[in-house]
Design a protein around this ligand. Sequence first.
Ligand SMILES: Nc1nc2c(c(=O)[nH]1)N[C@@H](CN(C=O)c1ccc(C(=O)N[C@@H](CCC(=O)O)C(=O)O)cc1)CN2
Length: 299
Amino acid sequence: MSAEAERIDGKAFAEGLRDRVAEAAAAFTARAGRQPGLAVVLVGEDPASQVYVRNKGRQTVACGMASFEHRLPADAAEADLLALVETLNGDPAVDGILVQLPLPPQMDEAKVIAAINPDKDVDGFHVVNVGRLATGLPGFVPCTPLGCVMLLRDRLGSLSGLDAVVIGRSNIVGKPMAQLLLAESCTVTVAHSRTRDLPEVVRRADIVVAAVGRPEMVKGDWLKPGATVIDVGINRVPAAEAGKTRLVGDVDYASAAAVAGAITPVPGGVGPMTIAVLLRNTIVAAHRNEGLDFDESTL
Ligand SMILES: Nc1nc2c(c(=O)[nH]1)N[C@@H](CN(C=O)c1ccc(C(=O)N[C@@H](CCC(=O)O)C(=O)O)cc1)CN2
């Protein structure tokens, strides 16, 4: 019987990245005479979003950066949010702007993202940054996919020539993930809900990135032995104890770990990387906004 897969510890990697961000923030503050600044906007009271926004604020401050938190009520008008974004675009203390998603139904996410100055778009969601990523120009890359690539590089070194299957085609994860893997010279397949014989497609892959939003969908017998599995899913499902829930990914961890070479757990895998990469992107934005040279590969 083969050994259990290596558990890729995203929490530990994220801690290391935050330490490097803190060092870079201190050096930036000494050079620029001000701290790097991140503004986070939360509309409404979605419980998960509240936790993410609180953690973003705490981690921003812990890294020696200025945190500007803005909250709007769930019934705020889209025009109010657009006006706030415009103010933040013009604020020289704000290097990065993030509008927490999802937004309430009366707001058009695409319109709001389009209102953010692309040079402050540390989420990398603006079409200008999407285009920069697709054409290999420097811009901002969405935090979760960049975090996945950092974990993959750490585990595998060069990804060149490897077969990668991304399951999911969202603008936030699936599509940028595919672009990043292509930039690493992987042979990339993007699979989705209409893909025929998904297990057979996944079985070809050296790298599997599951970002489909379906609890424990990817099974161990779908995997090539030794494959590296990155689980982006965060799904709350009922726990054995009545009234409780537990967090699972898009991969059935137990069966996958028996076949894979390495795998990210949920929680503690990709999730913690999202905020650490956001802080990394903010440091990059601060240097670019001040016109200061900075070697981004040190982060
Ligand atoms: N504007 C954005 N909105 C959203 C993004 C984003 O990148 N930009 N991503 C997600 C939410 N998110 C950050 O915003 C996020 C998700 C998960 C985690 C995380 O650390 N997860 C933990 C488990 C947390 C839990 O117990 O619920 C883990 O996986 O270990 C951090 C940030 C949607 N919105």
